[in-house]
Design a protein around this ligand. Structure first.
Ligand SMILES: [Zn+2]
Length: 301
């Protein structure tokens, strides 16, 4: 049964978590966070993020649905259904109820005004497109798709050849090019204002074009950080990168800068893949660490 997804309100903006997948993952902490101290995971045993029995991480894929000034905005579009992912099998051949979950939040595909891809990894662009016959076509036909230009150039395999066995194989071709060819993509650089409440800013490191979305509405603020944060371990230890961070030094610097901004300005932080309550506020903890102050009101997943 599909039930209406949970929402929080910040100022005049409503944010809804639309789930694609939440459950087991084959990834271990040693694979996903090679910089992290194994003791961290054994000590923490947080069931929202780590399965102590299998010693693997939990996986969560969702879209942040943002309603602001009459606009329907989707931030990141998960893995998508029916995609061929020869070197990322966990994202291959999905058959999820994502569009039903979106409908339960009151949104049909044709209602979407803006799609934001924080970056062009396999698990952030999947529902950009859906299969119609043998063609990948834009899922959201009336939307503008906001795509960071540095990622558009970096992930185009013609411009920037990828190594054999790359997990992002086919992603550009089946989930990015079709919206570009349909004339629906707006490539942006540096900063891109969506409206007076929302602005996209570059936050490179995880990928060359990784972006964050800053929300300000009637004194309430939020920061949608994509995969700058994959796990709470990176709040406690901002130097810990995921294995998918393309530029390790820049990813660390960007993470520290954004966590400091969130702590200093009391921003609700919305990462791309947090389970549990999925969004949190943070405080400084010493000179180079942060702690979670409180969680958002989303039900635990
Ligand atoms: Zn991701």
């Amino acid at each position: 049964m599909v039930t209406a997804p949970p929402s929080v309100v910040l100022g005049d903006v409503e944010i809804t978590r639309v789930q694609e997948y939440a459950g087991p993952s084959p990834a271990t902490p040693a694979f996903m966070f090679p910089d992290s101290d194994p003791g961290y995971w054994d000590d923490r045993l947080d069931p929202d993020f780590y399965d102590a029995e299998s010693r693997t991480l939990r996986s969560v894929l969702h879209t942040w649905l943002i309603r602001s000034q009459g606009m329907v905005i989707l931030l990141d579009t998960g893995a998508g259904n029916g995609k061929e992912r020869p070197y990322a099998p966990v994202y291959a051949h999905h058959d999820t109820a994502y569009l039903d979950n979106l409908q339960a939040a009151g949104v049909r595909p044709e209602d979407v005004d803006i799609v934001v891809n924080t970056h062009l990894h396999v698990d952030h662009v999947g529902w950009n497109t859906r299969l119609e016959g043998r063609e990948w076509v834009p899922t959201f036909p009336n939307a503008r798709y906001l795509i960071p230009e540095p990622d558009f150039l970096f992930w185009d395999p013609i411009r920037t050849p990828r190594p054999p066995g790359d997990g992002n194989q086919n992603v550009f071709e089946d989930s990015v090019l079709p919206v570009h060819r349909a004339g629906l993509a707006d490539l942006w650089n540096g900063e891109h204002r969506v409206n007076s409440e929302l602005v996209l800013r570059e936050a490179p490191g995880h990928t060359p074009g990784s972006a964050v979305l800053r929300l300000d509405s009637k004194g309430a603020g939020a920061l949608f950080v994509g995969d700058i944060l994959h796990s709470p371990v990176q709040i406690a230890f901002p130097a810990v990168n995921s294995c998918f961070c393309e530029d390790p030094a820049m990813a660390r610097a960007t993470r520290r800068r954004l966590l400091a901004e969130a702590a200093d300005r009391d921003l609700l932080v919305f990462p791309g893949h947090f389970g549990g309550h999925s969004a949190c506020r943070v405080d400084h903890h010493g000179t180079d660490a942060f702690v979670i102050r409180d969680w958002a009101d989303f039900a635990r997943i």
